[in-house]
Write a protein that binds this ligand. Structure first.
Ligand code: MN
Length: 231
């Protein structure tokens, strides 16, 4: 074992074995198209103090991840295997016998959309086309701000508040549980999660404080503008 060339050979063999082990799951994933937890667009402390690192860590690392793990188990051996996330959501929506499939797929989609709907030092008034549409469709920024907060806060139980485009106009809507606007012909621009896990560690029962803080300090209007351009 003290022979340097033998040590080098052993090291090379170990490195090759590591590569093979690392490489195999990647290959398997690409063949079966398993879903993966998309990376957060920022550090889990980046939205503090509006959303604490503790809340973000649990929300992303436990809740969002669990939906990914659940869906990977659920799609195995079904007609959904190999389909895109959006197709699974669309195809399982409204089908009682596929509620688990829909809930987990839609919640993966919703959470990825939610992380992107927020950014550090966001919030406030948008500019450009969005500002003009808020004026023409929603009665100006101050009205939008009130309506988005009121609609989102009033979602009974778990769900989501949304800014969407429908028929070329901006609209504020809410959905319950895992429901998504895009199965109803509405194109989402921004969302706020009002499941209790999104705010209870930081705001307890004060859902309105959480929603208003997101609107004023975290909304990512750049993401909304990208979605509007694709709508
Ligand atoms: Mn959530």
């Amino acid at each position: 074992m003290s022979d340097p060339s033998r040590r080098t050979a052993l090291k090379a063999a170990a490195a090759a074995a590591t590569l093979a082990v690392v490489g195999f799951p990647n290959l398997a994933r690409s063949q079966t198209r398993m879903f993966t937890l998309p990376p957060l667009p920022y550090a889990d402390s980046a939205l503090a103090p509006v959303i604490s690192a503790n809340t973000l860590g649990f929300h992303y690392g436990k809740h969002h991840k669990t939906y990914v793990d659940n869906l990977n188990n659920l799609v195995k051996g079904t007609a959904h295997e190999g389909a895109t996330l959006e197709k699974i959501v669309a195809d399982s929506a409204g089908k009682a016998d596929q509620a688990g499939m829909f809930n987990n797929a839609a919640q993966i989609w919703n959470h990825t959309f939610y992380w992107n709907s927020l950014k550090p030092k966001g919030g406030g008034k948008p500019s450009g086309k969005l500002a003009a549409m808020i004026d023409s469709d929603l009665g100006g920024y101050d009205n939008f701000r009130k309506e988005f907060a009121a609609t989102t806060v009033s979602q009974f139980g778990s769900g989501w508040g949304w800014l969407v485009v429908e028929g070329g106009k901006l609209k504020v809507v809410k959905t319950g549980n895992a429901e998504v606007p895009f199965t109803k012909g509405q194109k989402p621009l921004l969302t706020i999660d009002v499941w209790e896990h999104a705010y209870y560690l930081d705001y307890q029962n004060k859902r309105a404080d959480y929603v208003n803080a997101l609107i004023d300090q975290l909304l990512n209007w750049d993401f909304a503008a990208e979605n509007l351009a694709k709508a």
